[in-house]
Design a protein around this ligand. Structure first.
Ligand SMILES: Nc1ncnc2c1ncn2[C@@H]1O[C@H](COP(=O)(O)OP(=O)(O)OP(=O)(O)O)[C@@H](O)[C@H]1O
Ligand SMILES: [Mg+2]
Length: 236
């Protein structure tokens, strides 16, 4: 069906991707023919003005939204060729997503929230929570691991969401504004953790950001406007 993925293939390849929302007079055309690639071993930034389609594009890449038209390949596989169940398993195994609005589960502690992908993969509860706690310690949240999300600041919740995206060591990590709620030093620490992940030759990280304080971490910067990528800068 599909060629076997090799380390030469891009982690993400989007070709002529279109996405509409709504019907009839209310229909809006948000992605207007996006061509985008993210390579393994790299930190790829996606930047552009508010409303240009960044969250929509990464949601399509992550399989949270279907495309209206065009092709999305992850590690050489076209996810639209998979059945529904296979697609869910592929996504669960290969993808970590940090949402713009965090989406933590309110009844679970910070460590339990961060452990969710491991629990979903069948890891025993105590081991999953211990591994999640280790990651929270690296993110400076040692003393907050047993708190519920509503006891955490926005920046602390953001780091719990990041831990949840990294804990199962997925091949693709997609982050929507991961440093927006963070002070400069914490933002640098979060980006260092992400850059450290991306250096792994089989793994790719995509970061949507407005935060020009962290642009120096990028290997590539794709500039998006009005539903298209109009320029890609290669930094390294
Ligand atoms: N589910 C939806 N239904 C209808 N319109 C939507 C939906 N999701 C997004 N849009 C519209 O699509 C456009 C792009 O939204 P998107 O969230 O992708 O922008 P963005 O670049 O991430 O912006 P920001 O930087 O503010 O987060 C906006 O006009 C938005 O209102
Ligand atoms: Mg957005």
């Amino acid at each position: 069906m599909n060629a076997q993925p090799t380390s030469q293939t891009a982690a993400v390849r989007c070709r002529s991707v279109h996405k509409h929302f709504g019907q009839g007079d209310n229909r809006i055309h948000v992605l207007r023919g996006v061509d985008f690639e993210a390579n393994r071993g790299q930190l790829s930034f996606l930047v552009g003005p508010s409303g240009c389609g960044k969250t929509t594009l990464i949601s399509v890449i992550a399989g949270l939204l279907d495309t209206t038209d065009g092709k999305v390949e992850l590690f050489g596989e076209n996810t639209e060729d998979m059945g529904a169940e296979q697609r869910i398993l592929f996504r669960r195994r290969n993808l970590g997503f940090v949402f713009q609005q965090y989406n933590l589960l309110p009844a679970l502690t910070a460590a339990e929230n961060a452990a969710v992908p491991l629990l979903a993969a069948g890891v025993k509860r105590q081991e999953a929570v211990d591994r999640a706690t280790d990651l929270l310690v690296k993110l400076g949240l040692e003393s907050r691991a047993r708190e519920l999300p509503n006891k955490l600041s926005g920046g602390q919740q953001q780091r719990v969401a990041l831990a949840r995206a990294l804990v199962h060591e997925p091949r693709l990590i997609v982050c929507d504004e991961p440093t927006a709620a963070l002070d400069h030093a914490t933002g640098e620490a979060v980006m260092e953790l992400l850059a450290g992940s991306a250096v792994h030759p089989e793994r790719a990280v995509i970061v949507v950001t407005h935060d020009n304080r962290v642009f120096h971490f990028a290997d590539t910067i794709a500039h998006m406007d009005d539903g298209r990528i109009h320029r890609t800068e290669h930094r390294n």
